[in-house]
Design a protein around this ligand. Structure first.
Ligand SMILES: Nc1ncnc2c1ncn2[C@@H]1O[C@H](COP(=O)(O)OP(=O)(O)OP(=O)(O)O)[C@@H](O)[C@H]1O
Length: 369
């Protein structure tokens, strides 16, 4: 077995960058459930700069949506949220929902996975798109109509004039999602939070919708894109945060993350991702086990029981995010990161033993990335 000194955690790494738009620090969200409290998000920190697209990836249940909803103030009453959420210099936690809505106002919008539940089935789509404008005080009917038509055209809705008076059920899934995006963008938000915006759509339409979002982002809008599709994260974001069991376990500029994934969980996610180009030749490898959620502080690394590199230390101490000399921008919460000498040694020793410190048998095909 291999052991190393505990790496230095990332501490207050100087002043925040001047163009920082969203600065989330040590955010935790806990729900009261019938089985006791459940900590869905556990002390995560995220930053988004003006014009930046941050992707959050991770398996189902890792806390991606809850984190995004915490920023928007869209969590149910059963949620207890702690930490700091600074948007453009204003602290959002502690504000009541109405204050937060007024404050965020037109500046932050959200697009959800399922356009049909996001839209009101009995209200014409033109009215739904323009609601934000009216909510924020635009009374000039002609101007609102013109702005709505313009936004419909920008998101690629053909024959906008005729569709103004359509109902959601008269449109395809792709068109409905364009309506949602138009509604989210009509007030010119500085930050768009898109939670699996294309998951419910077929592949061709997915690409079109992502193109619309990418085009909109060119105007300097920042985006938080939640997806479990690593291909989408790879092609549509500038930075990625990988979440596991309520924690951010790795974050890096997108190209960096895909070139040199450090956390064994990130490596596992990438190996379980189908790539069309080599689909017939590549064996997809599922990550063994499943993530477990906890009510409170846990001991050791949460991924240890699924990790082929796990060492005794991983069962005792929870690793903090840390960086190494190769990239100050690439942080990972792992004592034995892939692609480093001691990480590869840990994996090799487990392979030789056929098992890990957590008792996971290391399969033959488990090789270093
Ligand atoms: N209102 C709630 N009450 C209790 N638990 C909740 C609530 N909302 C979410 N959770 C739990 O919080 C955890 C994180 O959920 P979340 O929806 O953020 O995951 P996710 O990573 O977005 O997954 P997915 O990709 O499936 O949307 C899950 O265990 C989920 O069951």
């Amino acid at each position: 077995m291999v052991d190393t000194e505990r790496p230095e955690p990332l501490s207050g790494s100087g002043d925040p960058p001047r163009d920082l738009l969203l600065d989330v620090k040590d955010l935790s969200v806990e729900f009261d459930t019938g089985h006791g409290p459940l900590r869905a998000v556990d002390g995560i920190s995220l930053q988004i700069r003006t014009g930046e697209r941050l992707g959050i990836v991770g398996e189902s249940g890792s806390g991606k949506s809850v984190a995004a909803r915490a920023v928007m103030g869209l969590l149910p009453r059963t949620a207890r949220t702690t930490g700091q959420i600074d948007f453009a210099g204003t602290e959002l936690l502690g504000l009541d929902p109405n204050q937060r809505r007024t404050l965020l106002g037109a500046d932050v919008s959200m697009v959800f996975q399922d356009p049909m539940t996001a839209l009101n089935p009995v209200v014409r789509v033109g009215r739904q798109i323009s609601e934000g404008l009216r909510f924020h005080g635009s009374n000039d009917r002609q101007a609102v109509r013109e702005a709505t038509l313009e936004m419909m055209r920008r998101v690629g809705i053909p024959d906008a004039e005729a569709r103004l008076r359509a109902y959601p059920f008269e449109m395809s899934g792709g068109m409905r999602q364009r309506i949602c995006i138009a509604a989210a963008l009509i007030c010119g938000p500085r930050l768009l939070i898109a939670d699996e915006p294309t998951t419910a759509l077929d592949v061709t339409i997915q690409r079109q919708i992502l193109d619309v979002l990418t085009d909109m982002g060119r105007g300097g809008m920042s985006m938080l894109l939640i997806t479990h599709n690593l291909g989408v994260a790879a092609s549509r974001t500038d930075r990625v945060a990988v979440m596991y069991s309520g924690r951010v376990v790795e974050t890096a500029p997108t190209a960096d993350l895909f070139r040199t994934p450090r956390h064994p969980y990130t490596v596992g996610l990438m190996r379980s991702m189908p790539r069309l180009a080599d689909a017939p030749h590549t064996r997809l490898v599922a990550i063994p086990g499943r993530q477990v959620r906890s009510a409170g502080p846990t001991q050791g690394c949460r991924f240890a029981d699924r990790c082929a590199s796990a060492q005794p230390k991983c069962l005792r101490i929870e690793p903090d995010l840390t960086t190494d000399d190769s990239s100050p921008d690439h942080a990972y919460a792992c004592f034995f990161p892939r692609g480093t000498a001691h990480g590869e040694a840990a994996l090799a020793s487990n392979r030789a033993a056929g098992t890990t410190a957590a008792g996971l048998s290391v399969p033959e095909e488990e090789v270093s990335s």
